[in-house]
Design a protein around this ligand. Sequence first.
Ligand SMILES: Nc1ncnc2c1ncn2[C@@H]1O[C@H](COP(=O)(O)OP(=O)(O)OP(=O)(O)O)[C@@H](O)[C@H]1O
Ligand SMILES: [Mg+2]
Length: 333
Amino acid sequence: MADVDIKGLAKRFGETAALEDVSLSVADGEFCVLVGPSGCGKTTLLRIIAGLETETEGSLSIGGADAQALAPARRGIAMVFQSYALYPHMTAYRNMSFGLKFQKVSRPDIDERVRSVAEMLGISDLLHRKPAELSGGQRQRVAIGRAIVRNPKVFLFDEPLSNLDAALRATTRLEIARLHKALGATMIYVTHDQAEAMTLADKMVVMKDGRIEQIGTPLEVYRKPANLFVAGFLGHPKINIVTGAIAAEYGAASIGLRPEHLTLSPSGKGYAARVVHVEPLGSEAHVHLRSDALGPLILRAPSDFSVSGDGDLHVTFERTRVLLFDENGNAIN
Ligand SMILES: Nc1ncnc2c1ncn2[C@@H]1O[C@H](COP(=O)(O)OP(=O)(O)OP(=O)(O)O)[C@@H](O)[C@H]1O
Ligand SMILES: [Mg+2]
């Protein structure tokens, strides 16, 4: 197993700067999740680590060794792509074993490895099938299995679950967490799914426009976002941002209020607000409000929330929950 150390990495495709000054250390055995809007450079970063793409500037070491001198096959890395990239004409067994032939692993050893990994992933019965005869979730397991049998030092995952339906994603997410524990491998994982990012990551990296905006544990990043972008990127429903006089009271250009930190006050204390719309989600309700003092707001309420009377109510929040931002959108601590 190995750590990954990236310093001052930049990648340009002609005029496009895909990555700018990216520095990131992923410790041996750590689960690092990359998140950020489409086009922010996540795949490019993985491809550079894998050696499928060459950086324009910066350094990269894997397990303490300079990776730039190493061909992709010698980096000890396995990548699982969003598309799975399985060979359509090969059975699941051959898809998993194919790469091992080139690693000079003996035939009985290959068989042993493929079968034990298949067992671990619950696909033992499917090894004779070709990808077209497998469901999306099963294909995705074969692709992960193919990565595991190679016994890599570092796993790179590029949105491996995005083709799965919500229920399958949730169970596979648990399996990946279990896999990480069992293998103790270093993993770098790209996802658009916040629940995946929050639950899987030891270390979360939020990117935007080719740059890293913040690195921290998921809870650190959620609770203490470095700037307005990170605050708005994480959390569903989205954080409420309030500017103007109320923000000025806190000595800030804007303040952030998470929807779960707003409370409806029956006593008439707090800020007057009107209910504009209610989204009942079963487990909870998202209440859209309009307040003259605070502007538009979203609040998380219990599932039995209902509007009484004309929908006028009051909103309160605890001072300690308020996130403060300066005129540049950076957090004030
Ligand atoms: N081979 C390429 N040639 C030119 N530009 C590229 C190439 N690959 C990526 N880019 C550009 O680099 C930027 C980063 O792309 P990248 O695929 O890394 O984004 P991403 O964060 O993975 O996005 P997504 O979430 O949509 O997968 C984008 O602007 C993209 O258009
Ligand atoms: Mg991508």
